[in-house]
Every structure is written in C-alpha cells, then in structure tokens.
Write a protein that binds this ligand. Structure first.
Ligand code: ZN
Length: 551
C-alpha cells in the first residue's frame, strides 16, 4: 500500500480478507451511499467496501474465499424482530400438518407418522397452521384423531394456546368431561356435554405438564434445524418474544454446541408473573444470568415480555366485536399493576416489550408507558417497546411517537390471520391493521418481524407483504403499503436500532459485524411477486456462512 503523502508503508499492508464478494450491487443502506460492487470480510467483521468490482483484489490472500457473483445483490442480513424461535424448535420435528389442504390430508399425515412410531409414544404436530385454511375450515375432532391412531397419544397444536387431543392423550392428561377448566382456560364440550378434545388458553397447561420433557439434546437439535431454516430465508438475527426463563439454559447449550445459525435476542416471558413478588423472582433469575456474563454477540437476553390484551379473538377494542355487541375483547392487566410490573423490570436495567393488539389495548398500554416515563423521565430511549400495536389509531400513533416508543410490526401475521380477524372484527377494522404508511410518514421508529408461528418467517416474504398488503384473503388496506426500500430498512437498519445494536449491525460498513445476505436478483427492482418466494444464495452471520455453500 502507498500512502499518497508519505512513503510506501509495506508493514501496514492490510490483512488478507477471509471472504471477498464481487457483486452487481452491494446495498450498504448507509444513508446517501451509492451501491458498491465489492465487500471484504475478515474474521467477524466487514473490513472494506469498493465501488469497483476489483477494487478490493489487493485483499486476496491464499486463504481468501472469493465469491464472484456478477449478477448478485448483497444486502445486510435481516432481523426478525418479533418471532418465536423456541416454538419453532419445538415444532420442527412435528407432523407437518401445515402442509395439509384438508382434513383428510391432515389426518393422513398423522396416520403416516403413527405407522412408524412405537405404540404409546406421543405424536405432536407442527404449530404454524390455521384451520381456516383447511377446506373444512375447522379443527379435527377427537373421534377423527382416534381413527387416525388409537395406539398413540396425539397432540394437535396450533400456535401456543390451542390444542386438540385424541382419547389416549386426554386420558394421559387426566381430562374428563367433569374436569373443571383452570381460570382463563377452556375445556370444550359439545351439546351433549362430551369432550371435543379442544383445549384453549390456560387449559393447555393441563397437557403441558404431562408431556414427556424432551431431552436437552433433542431441544438443541430442534433449535439447530429451526435456526438454519430462518437463516435460509435471509434472517441473521431473531428477537424471540417469548422465552421461558428456564430455556435460557437450552439456548446456552445450543450456542455451545454451535447449533445457532442466527443471533438470538431473548425476551423472557413475564406472562406467568402476576404479582410484584413473581416479577421479582423472574428478575432475580435474569440478574443471575447477567451477573454470570453469559451474554455475547450471538445470544443475549434483551428484556421481558408482557401482554396487555388478547389476539385475533381477544384483542381489546373500543367498539364491540362483530356480531357480539357486548364483547370488546380482553385486557389482561389492571393498568396500575402493569405500571408497577414494568417499573420493577426497568428499575433493574432491563427492557420491556408489551403485546398490544386492539385499539383499546394499545391506548391502555400507552397510558401505562406514559405513567412509567413520568416516574422515570431519564429512561434510555428504546427501553419500552410496543409489540404489534395492530390497530393503531391516529391519536395513539401520535402519542407513541411523542413518547419515543418504538413498535414492532408483522405483516406475515396479518397475511395468515386476516380471515380469522375479519370474522371477529369485520373487514374495515382488519384492513386498518398495521398502518405502516401512516406510522412512517408521521415519524415512528418501526421494526418488522413475522410473529411465527402465526405468520410465516422469511426476509422477502415479509417485504412482499408490506409492499403489496396481500393476505390469504386478498389485498387488505392497500393505502397502508410502504415501498421496498422502506420495508427492507424495517428489517435491517431500523431493526438494529430498535434492538439497540445499530452501532454494530444493520448496515454494511467497515467495522460493522459481517451479517449479510447474497441474493440472485436485486430485491429492490425484481418483479414484486418474485419477492414472495425469493431465497438468498448465502447468509453470513458474523463472517460465518450459515446458509449456502462456501466456494
Ligand atoms: Zn408473538
């Protein structure tokens, strides 16, 4: 290297790169910077960029991998800022009922699995499906599951809070038609007072406590497969919004085994903590984790997750549900109690994400956050986050923005849930969910995610959804669409800001962590419908290729 003002300085020659990519475009997402043509990575970090394809060739050493991809586009790796990797890990080896189009297919898959599973062993399904997308638009019944197999306990699970069991499973769980439902739970009976096999909300715990606990190695294998699936779609970081505190050890074991293909930011579940003492007990465990210095770049605890209202069928609304004039959804907290809980969490230096879905839910949550900020005016920005804020009215958006509260949004959740939501809320309110155009025009900090298993995860399927507003029931609320550059920013630059890591990640610049994706076409200009199934050729996290082949 020659320093133009001085002499040749051979001993300051840069170290050779580990990976050098030449591409049609490297979109750095650094404001005002034109696309580059070459990027170099050494160790875990980006070391150089060049506007010329051969501009970094000086960095090629004997061990440098050169990826010559003259048609490809490089982008930062994506964040999924609201997802459930833990649930994906549990689900990944389940019977893949999300592929079924009708109940015959659904039951056939269970029968197939039963045929190669020793009698007496539990059979469970994947959880990322919805009955409205089956031809019959309903869940299977206990009788149907019994016909698929009587020799195995069968657990059909959808999301976290809905189950159907066959008779063998009901027996093992000790559930009869006379079993009282736990508070906040439903054990469904038919008109004759017989079990349908369906358990909802808190009632699922009756089954969870009798399920065989998977061995640690099985959990790690599940996380290995699930995190690789995320990475294969272009995601490099997941913010898991519901990690049971005891699963921090499972994630640590996965990290130690080299099983995590993506960075993990954990929101520890505060859903079971209702009293100040319970919140303190949870925080004691998190503090012990922090004191042990367990956090690193790959896996760290982000904060605590609470929920203020229900979802599609229980989000708290100002106006009643469609066809249910006395039902406005459910608030899960007394606001004053949630203020106290949030204050305990932030008082120990942790951050808080709170689920809010309906307009009344969001308004009440903003009341809570406003109260917390009144007591603690110096709270660092980004400490309090709204998760979803589904139905965000103009006055609520203005309040959130004035308070400096960022919001995570998830079009994939709307994509898969729109039909269910229309039945509960009607078309107009459903079309108003996630008003991204308004949020951005008004100056909000948003970050995007999937809310898997309710919606599918994937970098470009989310960009496609945010720009088209397509759902399984057609286009909803097209006026809320944003453009591709904005949608990509919500998964990269803005996501890193919301997570609190923009000094390290989110855009491609020398010194930043080498989290990047290589795409066969330019996602900013390819036909919009190509985005839906678009997969990266390679995903790199911290300089490590976690998806795609190394040359
Ligand atoms: Zn969620």
């Amino acid at each position: 290297m020659t320093d133009p003002d001085h002499h040749a300085v051979p001993d300051s020659a840069p170290a050779p790169a580990d990976l050098l990519i030449r591409a049609a475009a490297v979109h750095t997402l650094v404001p005002g910077e034109p696309p580059q043509r070459a990027i170099a990575v050494t160790g875990a970090r980006i070391t150089a960029l060049s506007p010329a394809p051969d501009g970094l060739d000086v960095l090629i050493g004997t061990a440098t991998e050169v990826l010559d991809a003259p048609a490809a586009t490089v982008l930062p790796a994506f964040d999924d800022t609201h997802t459930h990797l833990i649930l994906a890990g549990h689900s990944v080896h389940g019977v893949p009922v999300h592929q079924a189009r009708d109940l015959a297919g659904f039951l056939g898959l269970i029968r197939e699995r039963a045929a190669r599973t020793p009698a007496g062993q539990w059979i469970h399904t994947t959880i990322n499906w919805q009955e409205v997308h089956l031809a019959e638009q309903r869940m299977p019944t206990t009788e149907e599951l019994d016909r698929a197999t009587a020799d195995h306990p069968v657990l059909v699970r959808r999301g976290a809070y809905n189950m159907v069991l066959n008779s063998a499973a009901l027996r093992l769980a000790g559930i009869t038609a006379a079993t009282p439902a736990p508070p906040g739970g439903v054990i469904e009976l038919d008109e004759q007072g017989r079990l349908t096999g369906r358990l909802v909300n808190k009632a699922v715990e009756l089954v969870e406590r009798v399920l065989p606990r998977p061995a640690r190695t099985e959990r790690v294998a599940g996380l290995r497969a699930a995190s690789a699936d995320y990475a294969a779609t272009g995601i490099g970081t997941v913010r898991d919004c519901l990690v049971p505190v005891e699963d921090l050890d499972v994630l640590r074991a996965a990290r130690a085994a080299g099983a995590l293909s993506v960075r993990v930011r954990a929101l520890v579940s505060g859903f079971a903590a209702r009293t100040p003492e319970q919140v303190d007990a949870l925080l004691d465990r998190m503090d012990a984790w922090r004191a042990a210095g367990e956090d690193d770049d790959l896996f760290r605890v982000w904060g605590v997750k609470f929920g203020i209202d229900g979802g599609f069928e229980a989000g708290a609304l100002d106006e009643p549900y469609q066809g249910q004039p006395c039902y406005h959804g459910r608030l899960l907290w007394e606001p004053a109690e949630l203020v106290a809980a949030v204050e305990r969490v932030v008082g120990r230096g942790w951050r808080v994400g709170v689920h809010a879905w309906g307009d009344r839910g969001l308004r009440t949550l903003l009341d809570v956050f406003e109260e917390v900020l009144k007591h603690r005016p110096g709270l660092p920005p980004g400490t309090l986050v709204v998760e979803h804020g589904g139905l965000a009215r103009a006055d609520q958006r203005a309040r959130a923005i004035a308070l400096g509260i960022p919001v995570t949004v998830q079009h994939p959740l709307l994509h898969d849930g729109a039909l269910t939501q229309q039945r509960a809320w009607g078309r107009e309110r459903t079309a108003g969910i996630f008003p991204l155009r308004e949020w951005l025009d008004e100056g909000a900090l948003l970050a995007a995610g999937s809310d898997f298993p309710v919606g599918p995860y994937g970098a470009m399927v989310s960009v496609w959804g945010m720009t088209t507003r397509r759902t399984t029931t057609g286009v909803v609320g097209p006026e809320h669409a944003i453009d591709r550059a904005e949608a990509i920013a919500l998964h990269t630059v803005d996501a890193a800001r919301l997570v609190g890591e923009s000094a390290e990640r989110g855009s491609l610049r020398p010194g930043a962590l080498a989290d990047l994706t290589v795409w066969p076409v330019d996602p900013l200009s390819c036909p919009v419908d190509a985005l839906r199934g678009l997969r990266p050729e390679r995903t790199v996290v911290g300089g490590r290729t976690v998806h795609g082949t190394t040359g």
